[in-house]
Design a protein around this ligand. Structure first.
Ligand code: U2F
Length: 450
């Protein structure tokens, strides 16, 4: 046990899928560094903890000695073999085990560390933490990892469900979402039965009980959305972009940066679809042809696996004329901050959108699921720092048109200027002592450890 039972003890509940646990842990490590006397217990599944804590379990001798990792059950019955890459199935199995899996380990950890918990810091999804925190009379602080406009949509689900209209009708009646069309809404909002949609619905209902909701965004990024969230939540603390505090060290095993060094300023199209998505082959072909037509050099982070090799056409085009480079993984933040990059073809995952803003790079959006459609719409019609591919999928014509708008058309200068302005705002928010993210982080540390 770690001495004084009066000492502070923060329990952290991670969501062990997609890009959720790692950003939460990096935030926790920052809070832990600011409050060395507070104990932090980080709960996730064994698989997720192995990825997050490559050097062991944290604790004594690690970078953050006051953060320790603990495994919770992933919900899979003994001998269960996951059916390949079906993420939804794994999530649904996990959701059947909450909150019991967290509760049982939490009680054991409180005994082991000799301290009752004094705060519950969780992934934003975990609606059940509202009750757990109330029963223990401790503050609940959920962390939202996607876009603020998606968070607002979850909180406005009841109103959105009542709207009747065509798919291209805008949500004028809902402040903060008036540039969004019905077709941009997160599909889960309209599903009242499946486990994931049920989870985000409950979340939207209980978030107003939280002591504060933390967001991976920065002040004045989306003023009306922020105003609405402030009016609905007890505290809305935007402390992002998380990735700038501190920025990751450059690791460039495929030589992306030296290759970019040889390219002209704002000439290269960077292509990536995040950590989970691989567009279907016919869309890859359409994008390859559109890039060819634009005659732009390109850097493509192509996720392939045993079933889907990198398409031959892509490799040939890349080799011909040395105009393209295809890599399995790129140091994305550093790539987007490189002067040679002129556009980003993206699925509009929230981290990618933020990183593009940090680089001041306009986007071509091809969203796939979840919050991505809202993000793509905000990029095109809200911030006006990019173009969505018409029709919602890569065809040669629609992709060439979107690339043209971003790289050569008359809107190009305006897009670059607005992207540059957002970049300045993001950097000021985190880098300056009076920046909004700096101040909000101080407030967060006080709520969590004070
Ligand atoms: C889910 O998003 P993803 O994880 O699929 O995509 P992003 O939010 O854009 O995050 C991808 C991260 O991976 C990094 C990149 C981002 O930080 O810099 N990366 C890289 O470093 N190198 C590469 O070659 C490719 C990617 C979900 F699908 C979204 O809808 C949500 O918005 C998001 C946040 O909850 O999670």
């Amino acid at each position: 046990s770690e001495g004084s039972p009066a000492g502070k003890h923060v329990a952290v509940f991670a969501f062990p899928f997609a890009t959720h646990a790692a950003p939460l842990l990096s935030l926790v490590q920052r809070i832990a560094a600011a409050s060395p006397a507070t104990a932090f217990s980080f709960f996730s599944t064994e698989k997720s903890n192995l990825a997050c804590f490559p050097g062991g379990r944290g604790g004594e001798g690690s970078e953050c000695p006051n953060v320790m990792a603990y495994d919770v059950w992933d919900g899979a019955p003994e001998g269960y073999v996951p059916s390949g890459t079906n993420l939804v199935e794994a999530v649904e199995i996990f959701l059947r085990a909450v909150p019991g899996n967290f509760e049982s380990v939490l009680e054991a950890v409180e005994r082991e560390r000799g301290r009752k918990i004094t705060c519950l810091l969780t992934d934003g999804f975990y609606w059940f933490a509202a009750d757990m925190a109330r029963e223990r009379s401790v503050p609940w602080v959920p962390v939202w990892t996607a876009s603020p406009c998606a968070l607002l949509a979850h909180m406005e689900t009841d109103s959105i469900r009542q709207i009747r209209g065509t798919s291209d009708m805008t949500l004028d009646a809902i402040p903060g979402l008036s540039t969004m069309r019905m077709m941009d809404m997160i599909k889960e909002i309209f599903d009242t039965t499946a486990p994931l949609p049920t989870m985000v619905y409950r979340m939207g209902q209980v978030l107003p009980q939280a002591a504060a909701v933390v967001s991976n965004s920065f002040g004045n990024m989306d003023p009306i959305v922020e105003r609405e969230l402030r009016s609905k939540l007890r505290r809305f603390l935007d402390v992002g972009p998380f990735v700038l505090s501190p920025p990751p060290p450059l690791s460039d095993e495929h030589g992306c940066i030296p290759w970019l060094d040889q390219q002209e300023t704002a000439s290269v199209v960077y292509v990536s679809f995040g950590s989970m998505i691989r567009p279907p082959p016919h869309e890859v072909t359409a994008l390859v042809n559109a890039l060819d037509k634009a005659a732009s050099p390109f850097l493509w982070s192509y996720r392939s696996d045993a079933e889907a090799e990198v398409p031959q056409a892509l490799l040939e085009k890349a080799a011909a004329g040395k105009r393209g480079k295809v890599v399995p993984w790129a140091p994305q933040l550093h790539v987007l901050r490189h002067r040679a990059v002129g556009a980003f073809v993206t699925h509009c995952g929230w981290n990618s959108v933020l990183e593009s803003m940090i680089g001041g790079v306009p986007m071509v959006g091809r969203p796939f699921f979840g919050d991505q459609c809202m993000n793509a719409r905000a990029v095109e019609a809200g911030w006006r720092i990019g173009a969505a591919v018409e029709g919602g999928a890569f065809t040669e014509e629609a992709t060439a048109a979107a690339l043209e708008r971003v790289l050569a058309g008359e809107e190009k200068e305006g897009m670059r200027e607005r992207a540059g302005a957002l970049k300045e705002k993001a950097l000021k928010a985190v880098e300056e002592p009076q920046g909004s993210s700096t101040k909000n982080f101080e407030a967060l540390v006080e709520i969590v450890t004070g």
